[in-house]
Design a protein around this ligand. Structure first.
Ligand code: TRP
Length: 368
């Protein structure tokens, strides 16, 4: 297993990541604390898709005593958005609504330019715009949502990035991020820019409040170095809540834009979705007769995961589907047909909202 901000490979062992990264599991006590504010537990918490955190308890305690928090997350605009990217964003929107908090959203066109030999800035900027449309399509409110386009908004980030950069040694950065002699120096400095939005709220409003970062766990190294230096700069340590990766449509591995055949992109057309789903890896048997007799294995099935992560909100219906699958009562064809329909309904609505987002995108820019 490899889990770094730039590479996720192999079967991810989430328990091991909690130990190795030194994060905390999300306990039932903590879940209870969250429900005090959100009535019902969000599906992604209930199903442990968000499974680990740092200081979420501290942030909630502060909140109870009257100190707000802000949300911060982001995206490296390397290409189009797939449904795996949407998972933490959907959750972020839920938290924004329930706690009435600001969201700072960073689009790191500079990062993608620096780390990918073939990238050019024109392209990563264009991707950033396209990716912002997907974010807005999820229903974020403009009054509480502030999108940062790194190259365009560098003047807002630069002083904070300098404060951060000055306090992280090369030795720490090298051991945290695995920098090599051949690493370009832009990349070596760059983590200071991902740290900067953790603290930007104070600069903009004068309020010193903690940031809570919902994101996939691969981003953790950034937060480790940022948390170390935050108190020295007079800021709260940024808190995190970490999610799992949505699996791709192949056997094992996360959904990844570099494998388009096993990823569902937000702009995929219905027939493309059907075809990808049709070719997806399942836990089925070689023949229908065999499967009716022996049943199938949803625990290894990519399709089952999409019901679990996104498309079956009812626990009862999910359990029914699982049971029918194991008992050989429902075959893969039927399950695939259902999920393709659910996906296409979701995508049609998303695409419509995404188109409308083009008219309002400026209202979300941090420099509006
Ligand atoms: N480095 C992230 C990526 O490559 C982008 C990012 C910037 C981000 N700031 C963030 C992700 C905060 C999560 C939270 O995708």
């Amino acid at each position: 297993m490899v889990v770094t901000p730039w590479e996720v490979k192999g079967k991810v062992d989430y328990e091991r990541l909690i130990r190795e990264f030194g994060t905390q599991p999300i306990t039932n006590d903590l879940l209870k604390k969250i429900t005090n504010h959100t009535d019902q537990l969000h599906l992604q918490l209930q199903r442990k898709i968000f499974f680990s955190h740092r200081d979420l308890d501290t942030v909630l305690d502060l909140y109870d005593k009257g100190t707000k928090f802000v949300l911060y997350t982001g995206r490296g605009p390397s290409g189009p958005i797939h449904i795996g990217h949407l998972v933490p964003w959907i959750f972020t929107r839920h938290i924004q609504e329930k706690f009435n908090t600001r969201l700072y959203f960073q689009l790191t066109d500079d990062e993608k330019y620096l780390i990918d030999d073939d990238a050019n800035l024109k392209e990563t900027r264009l991707n950033a715009y396209e990716n912002a449309l997907d974010l807005i399509a999820l229903g974020f409110k403009p009054e509480n949502t502030f999108i940062i386009y790194d190259t365009e908004d560098i003047d807002l980030l630069y002083e904070t990035a300098l404060e951060v950069a000055k306090r992280i040694t090369y030795s720490t950065a090298r051991s945290t991020f695995g920098f090599q002699d051949s690493t370009n120096i832009g990349w070596v400095f760059w983590p200071a820019l991902q740290a900067a939005p953790c603290f930007i709220h104070k600069k903009l409003t004068g309020e010193n409040v903690p940031a809570l970062i919902p994101a996939a766990i691969d981003q953790d190294p950034y937060w480790r170095v940022t948390r170390d230096i935050a108190p020295k700069l007079g800021y709260y340590k940024p808190a995190q809540i970490h999610c799992r990766f949505l699996p791709g449509l192949a056997a094992g591995g996360k959904m990844s834009a570099s494998q388009p055949e096993t990823s569902i992109f937000t702009m995929d057309k219905p027939d493309v979705v059907k075809k990808k789903i049709w070719n997806a890896f399942t836990g089925g048997k070689g023949t229908a007769a065999e499967q009716r007799k022996l049943g199938a294995d949803p625990s290894v099935c990519s399709i089952y995961q999409y019901y679990y992560y996104l498309f079956e909100e009812s626990d009862i219906k999910l359990a029914e589907r699982e049971h029918k699958c194991r008992a050989g009562e429902m075959l893969c064809g039927e399950c695939k047909k259902d999920i393709a329909e659910k996906l296409n309904t979701f995508l049609a609505a998303h695409q419509e909202r995404r188109e409308k987002a083009k008219d309002v995108i400026d209202q979300y820019h941090i420099k509006r």
